[in-house]
Each structure stands twice: as structure tokens, then as C-alpha cells.
Ligand binder design. Structure first.
Ligand SMILES: NC(=O)c1ccc[n+]([C@@H]2O[C@H](COP(=O)([O-])OP(=O)(O)OC[C@H]3O[C@@H](n4cnc5c(N)ncnc54)[C@H](O)[C@@H]3O)[C@@H](O)[C@H]2O)c1
Ligand SMILES: O=C(O)[C@H](O)COP(=O)(O)O
Length: 464
């Protein structure tokens, strides 16, 4: 990718809200960019047919806001494109976020920044969101899609890190290591073996057998544990693990219950007093999924009463926005309770991989319209336009998913040579990409105007 900001290719775009009015400068188009088209060639072609670099109007005007200490690999990759990149080490509160998001084309966040309807409504130019993590519950995905904003995440780059942390916690809890460590730091020598166990032969109960749960299954089995899992979908058990069909079936059998479900309406408050009571006397609970899955007062009660032998909790219903901020929880001071500041995915390996993966998805969407991997958006891609295809353009059209749209677009493009075209839908929106060859600058203007004026238009971009 060239790092220049004087890339001669340009794009034009517009967006309408559901109610119709034009949102000025929306959808990855820098302010003041008129839909005026001029052409210059991108270097010479020799030998191989190279893919042409399609980029927005003026890369230097693309504004990217990265919050929550997004990894340097991403910052470098995005700056290398010539984009303006502003970074913050922490999450921003709603008011600051609303002020900051107003004129950015792309925002990168991790698990703490809440991109609510209210925040998204303030984002006048936002075209794409990168969640530099696995979870996307912090974003109003459907509302973002309705505004033509694609959301990308990193589905598994930190899964191994979480699974390794959980294995460590199982051993630590089983040996009461947190408490022994605290005592030593307080100058207390307390050598005990009562209620300390090997993990070999014990039963782990995994709730949610996705990327993390299944990775954990393999590691736990290799440590000699018996593995049970509960999931809402039937899944192939790895190794000698076994799927149980009810949550109760898992809770009553497991020595260690570990949670790896996403935050959804169904999983919120999934583990409360009733579920904790079903767990075996002296068993352990581990939560490295989302803070809202467990009812904290009930857990604190189960720990203080001695019903549970201990817990490891990495995620909390309310987490401080930045390092150094005060943390409080009813779990503070509970026996054999390991509390960690949401570090399940915080390893050098995971963060670096996530930075590369998500930044590449953002760059592809901004520069070439590719939405493969988007979590809220139809996934569409086309074979690249070749560098020697001088007069080709790519139309990227996000529209309401209603009957008759494709016929309308076909009519607009009827006189043109559509090289390739693909469209897909997801819920209420659909996304069409079409590469059109042999078009003059005037024809580009017409195509852009006619498509963006269709009543179903959400966002139209023309890249070339
Ligand atoms: N602590 C951390 O730093 C950290 C790091 C990564 C991920 N996470 C959290 O862990 C979650 C899980 O990650 P993953 O990559 O394994 O996700 P995943 O999507 O691969 O797997 C989730 C599994 O949960 C299952 N599930 C969904 N609803 C369920 C329910 N009600 N009951 C039982 N099973 C249900 C799904 O079918 C799926 O198999 C993420 O959504 C994220 O919130 C936390
Ligand atoms: O969803 C995730 O990947 C984890 O919760 C990690 O989030 P983080 O990047 O904010 O640490």
C-alpha cells in the first residue's frame, strides 16, 4: 500500500438517514470534497497484472480516532495509509465521545467504549467501526447498520490468551494461591494443605463452547481434567469432552464452572443465586466473559458463606475507564477470590495480532469497499480492479433491503459495462458492489448522482 496522501484515485459519496435528509460529508468522505473527477494513472504496469489501489478522495483527510490503547501495529498500519490518526489510551465518557466522534470517518475501540444510538447519531461522518477485541456488545450493531456503518472485530486473536489465563486460574484457585500470596506480602507464613487439591481428575464445566471454550477444553483435558460443556447449539465435543443439555446438568457436576458466552439478552444475569446454589459445595466459578453475566451480590454471598471454594473474576458490570482509576466491588476481600482488571486478552501476542487484523479490515473497507468479516453488515467483496483497467470504477451501495432495488440499479447501469457485481443482505440493509468499466468522468458523476438519489439509498460510494 502506498503511504502517500497524494494518491490520485478519488471517491465520491453521500448518505441519507432513514428519514431522508442528506448528511453532509458522511460516509468516509472528507469535508469539502466535491464530486469532481479527474484521472491520473497509478504508476506503470509491467509483467504481472497488479490490483489497482482504490482509495477515498484524499487519504490525508480521513480521520481515525483510536481509543483504549489500541495496539501500535494498528496505529502504524493506518498512518501508513496516510490517514490522520488520533489516539487515546483510555475510553471516553459519553459527553467527550460525542464531541470527538462528530467529524471522524472511522473509530477504533476495545471493550469499554459504548457506541450507543445517541453517540452514533452524533457521528456525522462515521462509515466504519473497528472493535479491536472479540466482544461487540458495546456497539449498537443494528443501529450502526441502519446508518450504513460497518462494524469489524477480531473474532479469535485473543482466544488462546483467555484460555491460558483460565487454566492458570484453575490451578491458583485449587491451591488457594491468591490468599497465600496475600498473606506472604503481609508477612504471614501459613503453610496449609487443607482444601487444596490437584486439578487432575477434576471436572471442568465450560459454559459457551465457542472459540475460547473449545480451546480451553483441549488445554484442560491435557491437564488430566474431565471436560463437560453446555452451549445453546449442538457442537462437536473435542477430545473426550461431553456436551450436557442443560445448564443445571453442568452446574451440579462441575468442580470448576467457567463462563465463555457473549453478552446478550439471554446471558445477562445468567448466573445468580439459584444457579450458584446448584453448584457443588466447595466448587469454583470463573468469569472471563462479560461482567453482566454474573450477579455480583449473589456471588459475594456464596463466597463469604463458604458455599463456593473460590472464584476468579476478570470482568465486571462496571469497569473503570482508565488505568489508575479507583475500582470497587462487593467481591473485594472475599476468600480465595482472584480479581483481575479485564486482562483475559491482554497479551503482547493477542494485541499485536488484533491490531493487524482489525486495521486491515478497516483499510479494505475504506479503500475498496470490502465488507468481509463485518459483524453487522452484509459481507461482500469483488475481485480487484486491475491496475491497467484505467477507466473502471467500483460502486459501493448500501441500501434498504426492500424489493425492487436491484432492478432500479440495473436500469441506472443499463448502458454501461458491468464487469462484475455482487450483493448480499442482512436484516434490514443490503450492500451491492459493482465494478463498471469504460466510464468517462461525466458518466461517473451521473452514476453517482442517480444511485445516491434512489429512495432506498443509505450510503453510496464510488471508488476508482
Ligand atoms: N476477558 C477477556 O479479556 C475476554 C477476551 C475475549 C473474549 N471475552 C468474552 O468472551 C466471550 C466469548 O468469546 P468466544 O470468542 O469464545 O465467543 P464465541 O462466539 O466463539 O463463543 C460463544 C459461545 O457461546 C454460546 N452461547 C451463546 N449464548 C449462550 C447461552 N445463552 N448459553 C450457552 N451458550 C451460549 C455460543 O453458541 C458460542 O458457542 C466474548 O463474547 C467476550 O465477551 C473476554
Ligand atoms: O472482547 C474481548 O476481546 C475482551 O473482552 C478483551 O477486551 P479488551 O480489548 O478491552 O481487553
Amino acid at each position: 500500500m502506498p503511504s502517500t496522501n497524494s494518491t490520485p484515485v478519488q471517491s465520491v459519496a453521500t448518505a441519507t438517514s432513514a428519514s431522508g435528509p442528506i448528511i453532509p460529508g458522511a460516509a468516509l468522505i472528507p469535508e469539502g470534497s466535491a464530486p469532481v473527477v479527474t484521472r491520473e494513472r497509478q504508476g506503470s504496469v509491467s509483467g504481472f497484472k497488479k490490483a489497482k489501489v482504490l482509495k477515498p478522495f484524499n487519504t490525508a483527510n480521513i480521520k481515525i480516532l483510536l481509543l483504549e490503547n489500541v495496539n501500535e501495529t494498528a496505529v502504524a498500519a493506518l498512518r501508513d495509509q496516510g490517514y490522520q490518526v488520533e489516539t487515546f489510551a483510555k475510553a471516553l465518557g459519553e459527553e467527550d465521545l460525542i464531541a470527538k466522534i462528530k467529524d471522524v470517518h472511522c473509530i477504533g475501540i476495545r471493550s469499554k467504549t459504548k457506541l450507543t444510538k445517541k453517540v452514533l447519531d452524533a457521528a456525522e461522518k462515521l462509515g466504519v467501526i473497528g472493535c479491536f477485541c472479540i466482544g461487540t456488545n458495546q456497539v449498537d450493531l443494528e443501529y450502526a447498520a441502519s446508518k450504513g456503518i460497518a462494524v469489524f472485530n477480531s473474532p479469535f486473536s485473543n482466544s488462546r490468551s483467555v484460555a491460558e489465563l483460565v487454566i492458570a486460574e484453575i490451578v491458583l484457585l485449587s491451591r488457594q494461591l491468591g490468599d497465600r500470596n496475600n498473606e506472604m506480602h503481609d508477612g504471614i507464613w501459613s503453610k496449609v494443605s487443607a482444601n487444596c487439591y490437584e486439578i487432575r481428575g477434576k471436572t471442568i464445566g465450560i459454559v459457551g463452547y465457542g472459540h475460547i471454550g473449545s480451546q480451553l477444553s483441549v488445554l484442560a483435558e491435557s491437564m488430566g481434567m474431565r471436560v463437560l460443556f453446555y452451549d445453546v447449539v449442538p457442537l462437536m465435543p473435542l477430545g473426550t469432552s461431553k456436551q450436557v443439555h442443560t445448564l443445571s446438568g453442568l452446574l451440579t457436576e462441575a468442580d470448576f464452572v467457567t463462563l465463555h458466552v457473549p453478552e446478550t439478552e439471554e446471558t445477562k444475569n445468567m448466573i445468580g443465586e439459584n444457579e450458584l446454589n446448584q453448584m457443588k459445595q466447595g466448587s469454583f466459578l470463573i468469569n472471563a466473559s462479560r461482567g453482566t453475566i454474573v450477579q455480583i451480590p449473589a456471588l459475594a454471598k456464596a463466597l463469604r458463606s463458604g458455599h463456593l471454594g473460590g472464584a476468579a473474576v476478570d470482568v465486571f458490570p462496571k469497569e473503570p475507564a482508565a488505568n489508575g482509576n479507583f475500582f470497587e466491588s462487593e467481591l473485594v476481600g472475599c476468600p480465595n477470590t482472584l480479581l483481575t482488571p479485564h486482562i483475559g486478552g491482554s497479551t503482547e501476542e493477542a494485541q499485536s495480532m488484533i491490531g493487524v487484523e482489525v486495521s486491515q479490515a478497516l483499510i479494505k473497507f475504506i479503500n475498496s469497499g470490502t465488507s468481509i468479516g463485518a459483524v453487522n453488515f452484509p459481507e461482500v467483496d469483488l475481485r480487484a480492479i486491475r491496475d491497467d483497467q484505467e477507466n473502471s470504477i467500483r460502486l459501493c451501495y448500501t441500501h434498504a433491503n426492500v424489493p425492487g432495488v436491484l432492478l432500479r440499479i440495473t436500469n441506472i447501469l443499463a448502458e454501461h459495462n458491468v464487469d462484475k457485481q455482487f450483493s448480499d443482505s442482512k436484516g434490514k440493509i443490503a450492500y451491492l458492489m459493482a465494478d463498471i468499466s469504460d466510464v468517462t468522468p461525466e458518466q461517473i458523476q451521473d452514476i453517482y448522482r442517480l444511485v445516491s438519489e434512489t429512495p432506498t439509498n443509505i450510503v453510496t460510494r464510488v471508488l476508482y
